[in-house]
Design a protein around this ligand. Structure first.
Ligand SMILES: *Cc1c(COP(=O)(O)O)cnc(C)c1O
Length: 383
């Protein structure tokens, strides 16, 4: 089976994790700060807060921005459910902004229309969460200037995106957002097994996210309410969680980060093979914006005929090719439908979903495997 995604673990990665196992600290030692600093250096963000998943990072990001009961958050319907769940964890309401038909990313035109409507109704969101689907940057210039116009904060869900850029700015630099989230789940670009991180240039947001990550507890003397209790004293100042990353994970992250650019280059090379393979056919690759470098988490293609997707999917699997679909629209999940969303609410997202298929793309795939996959898919679509 050619897997759709797979981690790439080197002997250096293994040595880095084993070294932590032999050290004094399995958690709350020097490796997490080292990983955070390495991600700051890479992305050019000022602060980074590592967590045990991107899901947790999205949650602490919402809390740090003050999202709570009575607030509203908007994200894309074409994403993993975590992009929306974080609003509900925070006690806020969720809504969605429809996507661009070619990219599946949040549509600036739909966002502009929805903002105008929301302003009329007197209920603007507190935060919007655009998602860089497949690692392809959303049109962040348009999205961030619209958000600024309405006084709305922005979290980029760049779970697919580490290693990519918008224009000359690395994703994670937060040039167009308050906070950026990355995921290090094994299917993503680099891995810490489970793990995530939030980057920001705002010291206060970083401090709040760090507080929420660790029970709402601080030990830093200058932040304590009770100054004279004693050197053993730590203080819980808000209701936080245990969302900490372990030292084992951070060591793996530091080691993986050294090969990030190589992974992204290889993913782009393979994506070019897919583009070349499908050019002139009725299978359309989902491509990044001109002025951005994609980390290429996923190779998504749009098929000519939604009615044939199921059959073609099953034929690909039978050929030993693990295909996938990213994503079933979040608003049509039974849980979200129980909140009142229904088919037809986001027609572009639903139309996008109906045609898409994800093909294998990761550094363990060879160019000849890509040719094999392209040939099979072309044959099944023509049949
Ligand atoms: C993977 C993913 C997440 C969640 O990441 P975890 O690290 O598994 O919690 C969130 N958003 C998107 C778009 C993702 O793909």
């Amino acid at each position: 089976m050619i897997l759709y995604a797979k981690q790439d673990i080197s002997s250096q990665d293994i040595d880095a994790v084993v070294a932590v196992l032999k050290s004094n600290y399995l958690t709350q030692g020097p490796k997490v700060p080292e990983f955070e600093q390495a991600v700051c250096n890479y992305t050019d963000a000022r602060y980074a807060v590592a967590t045990n998943s991107a899901t947790s990072a999205l949650h602490v990001a919402c809390l740090a921005l003050g999202v709570g009961p009575g607030d509203l958050v908007w994200t894309s319907p074409i994403t993993f459910v975590a992009s929306a769940n974080c609003a509900l964890y925070s006690g806020a309401d969720i809504d969605f902004v429809d996507v661009e038909p070619s990219s599946g990313n949040m549509s600036p035109a739909a966002l502009a229309a929805k903002f105008a409507q929301a302003e009329k109704k007197g209920r603007l969101p507190k935060v919007i969460i655009p998602v860089h689907l497949a690692g392809h940057s959303c049109d962040m210039q348009s999205i961030s200037s619209l958000a600024a116009k309405y006084g709305v904060r922005v979290i980029e869900d760049a779970s697919h995106g580490i290693g990519g850029s918008h224009g000359e700015h690395k994703i994670g630099a937060c040039r167009y957002s308050d906070i950026t989230i990355f995921s290090f789940h094994p299917v993503k670009i680099i891995t810490t097994a489970e793990g995530g991180i939030a980057t920001t240039n705002d010291a206060q947001l970083a401090e709040k996210m760090a507080l929420y990550r660790s029970h709402g507890i601080t030990k830093e003397p200058q932040k304590l309410h009770r100054v004279d209790e004693g050197p053993w004293y730590y203080e819980q100042q808000t209701l936080g969680f245990n969302y900490r990353m372990t030292e084992l994970q951070a060591a793996l992250g530091v080691s993986q980060l050294l090969r990030l650019d190589m992974f992204v280059e290889e993913r782009n090379r393979l994506a070019q093979c897919y583009r070349d393979g499908f050019s002139g056919s009725n299978i359309k690759t989902v491509d990044p914006l001109q002025a951005s470098l994609s980390a290429y988490h996923l190779q998504i293609v749009r098929l000519p005929n939604p009615e044939e997707r199921r059959v073609i999917f099953e034929k690909m699997q039978a050929d030993g090719i693990q295909v996938h679909v990213h994503y079933f629209p979040v608003h049509l999940q039974p849980y979200y439908m129980s909140l009142g969303f229904k088919p037809g609410d986001f027609p572009e997202a639903e139309a996008f979903y109906n045609r898409i298929m994800t093909l294998p793309l990761h550094p363990g795939v060879t160019q000849s495997q890509v040719k094999f996959i392209v040939d099979k898919l072309l044959a099944h679509v023509a049949a």
